[in-house]
Structures are given as structure tokens and as C-alpha cells.
Write a protein that binds this ligand. Structure first.
Ligand code: HEM
Length: 156
């Protein structure tokens, strides 16, 4: 049912231009990877703090506040570059299990990050607790699955 849509995506002018270029895909994927590094860093400082590891001199809300612009910037960059990569090889992604794992886990990770984790971590009174550890561990696990599945697309 979805295959005609994926075929349409792959045959867009953008998809074709990236596919026919020698350097566009690797350059876009390099930006995708750099954004991944920024995402990893901005998640880790807050999630480790919520797990009670590192930066104990600052409140969770302070660390979360500093990291938030980098978190949002990296996710916007990942989604934009990811869509370009996807358009260039949409049919390959359609038959790729790792792509479906990634694209199913991504909305869950985004929901947890912006609907739950944000609500707690930005609260001034929020301190290391069973809830903060659960949030930190859950966030790291979900985003690890998204990144690992993204990496595996290229291997499979
Ligand atoms: C927002 C979170 C995202 C993360 C953490 C992420 C992570 C990754 C990683 C780690 C890779 C492997 C790069 C490499 O090592 O060469 C990758 C590749 C890729 N990602 Fe993403 N990505 C994200 C969003 C997206 C989105 C929204 C899409 C498309 C709708 C997407 C589509 C792709 C594609 C098509 C590849 C290339 C696979 C290949 O090498 O053929 N990504 N991503």
C-alpha cells in the first residue's frame, strides 16, 4: 500500500538530484552525523545528570536549560537532512527493517523528550530521584535505538 508513495518520493526532483550527484549524499549524511553528535552531547549531559552522574553542582533544570537549544537545533537538522537522504533512497528504505525500526521509534523518542522529559527536567524543584533516573535511562535507550537503527540502514 505504501510502496507507490515511496516510489513517488524516490522519483521527486530532489531525490533524483541527490541520487545522481557524486558528492551530495555523502555531504548530507556527514551533516546528519554531525547533528547526531550534537544530539548525543545535548542528551547525555542532561540524562546523565538525571541519573545522578556528573554536573552535580548544577540543578537538573539548569543543565536542561543550557542544553535545550542544542537539542532542538540538532533534531531539526537531523529531520531535514534525514528527509533528503530518505528521498534519494526511499524504495531501499521501504524494504529496510532498520528504517522501519527507526521511523517507528523516532516519534516515541520525540514524544518522551518534549511531552514528558521537558516537563520534569525544566522544573526548578526537580532533583535526582527514581523518576529522574527512569526518565534519563528511558531517554538514552530510545535515542540509542533511533541512532543504531539509522546506522544499520547503511549496513543492510
Ligand atoms: C532525529 C533523529 C535521527 C537520528 C538520531 C538519526 C540517526 C542516523 C544515523 C546514526 C545514521 C547513519 C549515518 C552513517 O553512519 O552514515 C542515519 C542515516 C540515515 N538516516 Fe537518520 N537519523 C534521524 C532522523 C532521520 C529521519 C527523520 C530520516 C528520514 C525520514 C532519516 C533517514 C536516514 C537515512 C535514509 C539514512 C541513510 C542510511 C544509509 O546510509 O543509506 N533519519 N541516521
Amino acid at each position: 500500500m505504501l510502496l507507490p508513495f515511496f516510489e513517488w518520493c524516490e522519483n521527486t526532483a530532489i531525490g533524483e538530484t541527490i541520487r545522481n550527484s557524486l558528492w551530495l549524499f555523502p555531504v548530507i549524511e556527514a551533516v546528519h552525523l554531525l547533528a547526531l553528535c550534537l544530539l548525543g552531547g545535548s542528551l547525555l549531559v542532561v540524562d546523565l545528570r538525571m541519573l545522578g552522574v556528573g554536573l552535580k553542582g548544577q540543578r537538573i533544570s539548569q543543565v536542561a536549560g543550557y542544553a535545550r537549544p542544542f537539542l532542538i537545533g540538532s533534531i531539526v537538522t537531523l529531520v531535514c537532512t534525514g528527509l533528503l537522504l530518505f528521498l534519494s533512497e526511499a524504495v531501499k528504505c521501504y524494504y529496510n527493517t532498520s528504517f522501519w525500526v527507526k521511523i517507528t521509534t523516532l516519534p516515541i523518542a520525540l514524544l518522551l523528550t518534549f511531552a514528558v522529559r521537558d516537563r520534569f527536567s525544566l522544573r526548578k524543584s526537580f532533583e535526582t530521584s527514581a523518576m529522574s533516573r527512569l526518565l534519563g535511562a528511558g531517554s538514552l535507550t530510545l535515542w540509542f535505538v533511533v541512532a543504531a537503527a539509522g546506522r544499520w540502514i547503511g549496513f543492510s
